[in-house]
Design a protein around this ligand. Structure first.
Ligand code: ADP
Length: 394
């Protein structure tokens, strides 16, 4: 467990956060200037908090009250930056060796990260995605206690980005340490992380599961726009900006451009985007786009009608009601007028149909990539590599 409770004043900006990071990947989301990189610099020791503490388990990395500070070199932090910081005139082997703690960690890590075929290549000849893999190998070869990834996909083309995303999705779960992944792309966050922190203007806006954090962030795949819906919005606007994440698995792709997503025992049609059959995905649905009905929606232009049960009704102070409906173990929010609640006799515990258009799903993200899953299954050698690397890195 990495515990960070820090204050840092910079020109016109103050970071003030208190966060705990468990083993596994936590995505740090937020618009430019939110303080994401500053937070990573404080953890790595490249910058110093004005006040507060940073602890990894029992080890104090920084404590302003006790006047303690552990040197950067002794924190054992592995890092990947926006742009790979490698020695371009040297080959991959020499670059990875710079991070190495012992031979064993080196061999396992080289296989795990897929840099083995590149090992004698000069770094200058590598693509952006390959360089990032070398960065990853070098970081892991140092047997880090914490791994910090600061927007490692910056500047990569779509193919390299997908390859690196798939690689990280396979490698990171084998590394049993706290991993902080800074990004402003929802799909990257959803794919790699299970814990999320939303930072804005140096403050934590929310932290927790995908549903808790991603569900509440403004529209658009890029979180840059989230700043437009900052904490100063009036309450009703916040409520209108409430959304739910529905998770499911792509079971069919139709020629019409729709994907059929299995959600528990029911299904939803969503724009196919770049989904593949077998992908596990999140779909986001805004509360204001949901229609409720006691009957299944048939012969409507809205293609989706999910059966659920009303869990709670929350009266808002603007004549509206936020209704939360349990659907296949997921919670879907619907914003309706108080009069509608009366007219339809919506009550806690009652069955109801949640109806929405496919086009209302404004964000669809792959959580687990079917293609990558198949590739890793068809290569048993790599699976055993991951197991051994696991033992080394843990
Ligand atoms: P993010 O990574 O979320 O884009 P940063 O942590 O890079 O945000 O920056 C947060 C704020 O701190 C910005 O306003 C930035 O201008 C400021 N800042 C970052 N580093 C410094 C520095 N070394 N000196 C002064 N201000 C800085």
């Amino acid at each position: 467990m990495l515990e960070v409770d820090v204050r840092r004043q910079l020109a016109g900006f103050k970071l003030d956060v208190s966060l705990r990071f468990d083993v596994g990947v936590t995505a740090i989301l937020g618009p430019s200037g939110a303080g994401k990189s500053t937070l990573l610099r404080l953890i790595s020791g490249l910058d110093r908090p004005d006040e507060g503490s940073i602890r990894l388990g029992n080890q104090v990395w920084f404590d302003s009250e006790q006047n303690k500070e552990l040197d950067v070199r002794h924190r054992q932090v592995g890092m990947m930056f926006q742009h790979p910081r490698l020695l371009n005139h040297m080959d991959v082997l020499s670059n990875v060796e710079l991070g190495v703690r012992d031979e064993q960690s080196y061999e396992d890590v080289v296989k795990l990260t897929g840099v083995e075929p590149l090992i004698l290549r000069p770094v200058a000849s590598l693509s952006g995605g390959e360089k990032q893999r070398v960065m990853l190998a070098r970081a892991l070869a140092g047997k880090p206690k914490v791994l910090l990834l600061d927007e490692p996909f910056t500047g990569l083309d779509q193919v390299s980005r997908r390859e690196l995303l798939n690689r990280l999705a396979r490698v990171l779960p084998t590394v049993k340490i706290p991993i902080l992944f800074v990004t402003h792309a929802f799909d990257e966050a959803a794919r790699l992380a299970r814990h999320f922190v939303h930072l804005s203007a140096g403050q934590v806006i929310s932290s927790g599961s995908a549903e808790e954090v991603l569900g509440g962030i403004a529209p658009g795949v890029d979180i840059e726009r989230a700043g437009e819906r900052g904490p100063d919005l009036p309450v009703d606007a916040h409520e209108a900006a409430t959304s739910s994440l529905i998770s499911g698995e792509v079971v069919a792709l139709e020629a019409s451009g729709l994907a059929r997503i299995k959600v528990g025992g029911q299904s939803v049609d969503a724009p196919a985007g770049n989904f593949s059959v077998g992908d596990r995905v999140y779909l986001r649905l805004w509360a204001r786009d949901v229609v409720l009905s006691p009957l299944p929606g048939r012969q409507l232009s809205a293609r989706n009608s999910l059966a659920g049960r009303i869990e709670t009704l929350e009266q808002l102070n603007n004549g509206q009601v936020m209704v939360r409906i349990a659907v296949e173990g997921e919670a879907i929010s619907a914003l309706v007028m108080a009069q509608t609640v009366k007219d339809l006799r919506l009550e806690q515990g009652k069955p109801v149909f949640v109806i929405f258009k496919s086009t209302a799903l404004d964000l669809s993200m792959v959580v687990e990539d079917a293609v990558a899953r198949k590739t890793s299954k068809s290569k048993p050698k790599e699976v055993s590599d991951e197991t051994s690397a696991d033992q080394v890195i843990e």
